[in-house]
Design a protein. Sequence first.
Length: 341
Amino acid sequence: MSFLAVLFALIIEQARPLARGNWIHSTFRGWARWASRSLDAGKPHHGWIAWTVTVIAPAVATLAIHWLLWSISAVLAFIWSVAILYVTLGFRQFSHHFTDIRDALDDGDEALARELLAQWRQVDASELPRSEIVRHVIEYSVLAAHRHVFGVLGWFSVLAALGLGPAGAVMYRMSEFVSRYWMYKSKTPSAGEGASPALQGAALKAWGVIDFVPARVTALGFAVVGSFEDAIDAWRNYTQRFTADAPAATDSRNDGIILAATSGAVNVRLGGEALKTVFSPNTSQGFQAGGLDADQSSIIEPTPGREPEPAHLRSIVGLVWRSVVLWMVLLALLTLARLLG
């Protein structure tokens, strides 16, 4: 049933994607805002309490509803799983940015591409050369695909196999969201409700742990459907550099592994100087946003590979969709084996 739930959710999301600023995502933002206001007193244990209430409570509520519906009808439980996946899983929550920038580059309109990139990530892209536009688009898009598709798919599949329904999808997406949202609110001058360092630290640590295995599964998938030896070599080289250099955040290491594997899989140079974030008082980091935080220092040093060019954007699309097919086939086989067993 997990395979069918994912398949139906992806089809529905492609046909009718959720609008940006929809009431569901607005509710999640309001929930995170309430938790930080009410439970964040600045101490480390307060940060973990606020994180638990914000992330785990919705996941538990999702599980309780799933069990209730399952006790009534398996069909109702299936519909509930599809509905949750529709909200948490899907390409259309970010892919329009990628498509618009790619089309602008294909038309030779680099100014428009810079403007679209700046609007997407709230960054200063005014002086980016063409190759750097492509590089940043690849990095943001690959990480967004991981966080919106592969990571959600992984946590949903594992917990669903344990009888926990779609709780894993909610936990994963909420954990990713609050790790960005609370940091954003603390940096926005007009917010007046920024999260404390303790709360931000708890959210980032929890996100690094939760994304540890999914990030490596995504990297492995890219290696399998791309250039396997080059992807594994880039992954290994990145890990060696990470171990030798000063310790970095776990979430940054997770992102770096994905980008390193992507670089090797399609033979493109990734990594380098990060863009400077431009915070806007009237812009909120929405639930649908995803990918690399633009104001961080570079996640990985430049990798070997060809200079990024628009043709690589098509390679990335193929890489991601082949990975989707790969994991859907594996999920179908596991579902079939479970039914036959």
